[in-house]
Ligand binder design. Structure first.
Ligand code: SAH
Length: 230
């Protein structure tokens, strides 16, 4: 199967590239794409750069140009739910865009006409992830992930996002990637390891835990890749 694996930052895909052996490199549309064969799958791997626009470009290229049949996102996020501690893994059941605001016309926050407020991730990939979590002996949370073009480092903004979208974690790329996959009809999965708790100390925690949390997420994603199609 042709599988796309993407992150937003180099640190999020480096652990994957280090594990897959040799790969080819191709530059396209302002990005570098790495391709290889791994466990009988053809992989295309890339980091998009931060935010909704760059991640939408990268996801689109992976599907259109590289013909990916499934997309897995691996990265870090700010935790909202009190249950989530730094280093914990959360898979998105559904994703939304917390920074979309056309409420002046009577729409709810996060809603764009002809779109959907929430985009559900693929149920088969989620159940595969649950099996992988059991076998790896790790706790895997499932919940709503809210995306926006903001690094959230404020208790107030975090609570607003929790109350408005019932979100458990937040980041800057998941919902845009989900929107691309929804529109192309491609199954997708978003996994995040918590790097910070999106409040006053978020930027310091992020810097301290980016690498270790990104590595946790990447390790889990590679276990999933090994089992896709079994
Ligand atoms: N340190 C980087 C910026 C990181 S932005 C630089 O200076 O270039 C944060 C990245 O991690 C985004 O890709 C986002 O998806 C994720 N993320 C982790 N914690 C977050 C938070 N509290 N708010 C928003 N995004 C967060």
């Amino acid at each position: 199967m042709k599988i796309a694996i993407m992150g937003a930052m180099r640190e999020e895909i480096d652990p994957i590239l280090e594990s897959v052996g040799t790969y080819q490199t191709l530059e396209h549309a302002g990005n570098v794409f790495y391709t290889c064969t791994y466990k009988n799958h053809e992989l295309v791997i890339a980091y998009s750069k931060i935010g909704k626009v760059f991640s939408a470009i990268t996801a689109s290229v992976m599907l259109e140009r590289f013909g990916a049949e499934v997309l897995l996102f691996s990265g870090v996020a700010g935790g909202i739910s009190k249950e989530l501690k730094i280093g914990d893994l959360i898979m998105a059941s559904a994703l939304c865009q917390h920074d979309v605001d056309i409420v002046a016309f009577g729409h709810p926050y996060g809603f764009i006409p002809e779109g959907t407020l929430m985009i559900e991730s693929d149920a088969n990939l989620r159940s595969l992830a649950s099996e992988v979590a059991i076998d790896m002996g790790v706790d895997l949370y499932e919940g709503i992930i809210a995306t926006g073009d903001q690094f959230v480092a404020s208790g107030e903004r975090k609570s607003w996002i929790q109350q408005t979208f019932n979100a458990d974690a937040l980041e800057m790329e998941g919902a845009s990637v989900a929107c691309v996959c929804q529109n192309f009809g491609i199954p997708f999965f978003v996994l995040r390891a918590i790097s910070d708790t999106a409040d006053g100390g978020a930027s310091d925690d992020f810097d301290a835990f980016l690498k270790t949390s990104a590595a946790e997420s990447a390790k889990f994603i590679l276990e999933m890749v090994k089992r896709i199609g079994d």
